[in-house]
Design a protein around this ligand. Sequence first.
Ligand SMILES: [Zn+2]
Length: 107
Amino acid sequence: MTIAREHAGDRRVAAVEVKIGHLRQVVPSALSLAFELVADGTVVEGAELRVEEIPARVACRECAAERRVTEFPFLCAECGSLDVEVIAGDELLVDALELEDAVAVAR
Ligand SMILES: [Zn+2]
């Protein structure tokens, strides 16, 4: 939450939006607890934590198909190739801060 504090300055933060890729295997309740611990005593204290989970997607290097995947091993649903590149799902970032009277994008 260092990012959140730097961008908020002295203003109180109403909400923090984070994007978490499916591949991160983050447990939402554990994240909420960790958030409360680091936010305690800062401008982020009491802010609402909004978590958006990003589904995993892969792009096939053989046939260029892009598909959502839900489990290992990752393979192309079109041609069955295992030569795929993960293009989404490994995110772990603060997407936006909602300050008391404005929204600041943290990227
Ligand atoms: Zn393919």
